[in-house]
Design a protein around this ligand. Structure first.
Ligand code: GDP
Ligand code: IMO
Ligand code: MG
Length: 429
């Protein structure tokens, strides 16, 4: 079974896009299975930088790409992203991109509601991307979503729109907002339908056929395990399951299709948005990590919070998501530090923890227990072989493997596609 499932093992932005793009050379199909255009995946190929939010990263190489049923889809954003990539020479057609007919749609009032709630939350803000992701998933689970296949049945949509608007108008009234303009919504849906419907396919058929042919399927997760609705730092999470198991349910394949689960792990830790972050550094060192790592959000441009590597969190992510091996990214950002620290446990008062306690108040209160190692002054930037890494950087990697109880399969040393060290081929497993 030569499939690979890529997931983020921290709070997102670990470098999934770069690694998926690298692996896509050897994949036959690349599949997004959860999240939406809250994701921001950056690919650097020579002088070109591609930023993808909704589209699978494989599209840049022209690999057959699939948006699975687990994704929430903003059709107007889709059109914009297709146009943006076309401007960069990436051709997207219904032949190389299939979208699940059962994808729930993100509608304009989902985005409004996301923003209204954030604005009304004061210090309780989640710091969402304000793209309507949470409200769209709520409607999916509430069984009132408009799905992509509904656009082929516009004449029969009225009763569904009634139900959906009844729900949302009540919420909107609570915020002092006018009811949804139904005529405009219907016009907007009718306007976008001819553009997006040609991409709508039974992707479970596409994928099951690919599997029978023995094609290599590469699943591309969005966000990270610590943003998972069940396993993350609730309520400061996204509204989908981001763990590897979602690859099956979010695409229409069985769980055995996941193959090698590759957790993408940044060599330090970042988080964008609110919520607990035990190893956060609100000092010069944190600034230095952010500056060296260019830690600004791809989607919102927000400054990412930065801190030391937290082995407790990554061990937990690896366990709950069944990670087979990791890709350690942005190692080069740590070049030049006299010393580097790794969090190996937490303390609250006299009690120590080797996992993140579940309650948000405890998560905010834990004090990290650190181990300090010598850093390295040589450059790892652009290294493409293990032999090019300084001894102390190798020691750091080996210590991480030991603490997270998971082997390293790849190491990334710059944003550029080819600056990647292959330790163990995930497709060969
Ligand atoms: P994703 O959301 O997990 O795909 O990650 P993002 O694209 O949001 O953020 C990762 C950022 O780090 C992007 O700007 C990448 O180009 C960049 N990047 C990826 N791998 C490396 C690396 O090994 N070193 C450095 N310096 N940058 C990297
Ligand atoms: P990629 O795929 C980092 C965060 C938001 C917020 C929380 C909820 O690029 O790693 P949402 O809009 O999903 O309701 O926001 O989740 N978040 C991300 N953080 N990377 C992402 O995606 C994220 N997608 C959502 O900042 O804290
Ligand atoms: Mg990102």
């Amino acid at each position: 079974m030569a499939n690979v499932t890529v997931i983020g093992a921290q709070w997102g932005d670990e470098g999934k896009g770069k690694i998926v793009d690298w692996l896509a050379e050897r994949a036959d199909v690349v599949v997004r299975f959860q999240g939406g255009h809250n994701a921001g995946h950056t690919l650097v190929v020579g002088n070109n930088t591609y930023k993808l939010s909704l589209l699978p990263s494989g599209i840049v190489r022209g690999t057959l790409s699939v948006i699975g049923n687990g994704v929430v889809l903003d059709p107007w954003h889709f059109k914009e992203e297709v146009a943006k990539l076309a401007g960069q020479g990436v051709t997207i057609t219904p032949d190389n991109l299939h979208i699940a007919e059962t994808c729930p749609l993100i509608l304009p009032f989902h985005r409004d509601l996301d923003g209204l709630r954030e604005d009304a939350s004061g210090s309780g803000k989640i710091g969402t991307t304000r793209r309507g992701i949470g409200p769209a998933y709520e409607d999916k689970v509430g069984r009132r979503a408009i799905r992509l296949c509904d656009l082929a049945h516009l004449g029969e949509l009225e009763p569904q729109i009634d139900r959906l608007c009844a729900h949302h108008d009540a919420l909107r009234a609570g915020f002092g907002e006018p009811p949804i303009d139904r005529a405009r919504l219907m016009d907007d849906l009718a306007g976008i339908a001819p553009f997006i419907l040609p991409y709508a396919k039974p992707v479970w058929v596409t994928l099951n056929e690919a599997r029978r042919r023995g094609d290599r399927i590469l699943f591309e997760g969005a966000q990270g395990v610590l943003l998972d609705i069940d396993h993350g730092t609730y309520p400061f999470v996204t509204s989908s399951n981001t763990i590897a198991g979602t690859a099956a349910g979010g695409s229409g394949l069985g769980p055995s299709a996941a193959g090698f689960v590759l957790g993408i792990v940044k060599a330090y830790t970042t988080r964008v948005g609110a919520g607990p972050f035990p190893t956060e550094l609100e000092d010069e060192t944190g600034e230095r990590l952010g500056t060296r790592g260019h830690e600004f959000g791809t989607v919102t441009g927000r400054k990412r919070r930065c801190g030391w590597f937290d082995s407790v969190l990554v061990r937990q992510s690896a366990a709950v998501s069944g990670i087979t091996g990791i890709a350690l990214t942005k190692l080069d950002v740590l070049d030049g530090f006299d010393e580097v620290r790794i969090c190996t446990g937490y303390r609250i008062g006299d009690r120590t923890y080797d996992y993140l306690p579940p309650h948000a108040a405890d998560q905010a209160r834990v004090e990290p227990i650190y181990e300090t190692m010598d850093g390295w002054h040589e450059s790892t930037q652009g290294a493409r072989s293990w032999a090019q890494l300084p001894a102390q950087a190798i020691k750091y990697i080996r210590r991480i493997e030991e603490l997270i109880q998971c082997p390293v399969a790849l190491v990334s040393t710059s944003p550029e596609r080819e600056d990647t060290i292959l330790v163990r081929d995930p497709f060969a497993d």
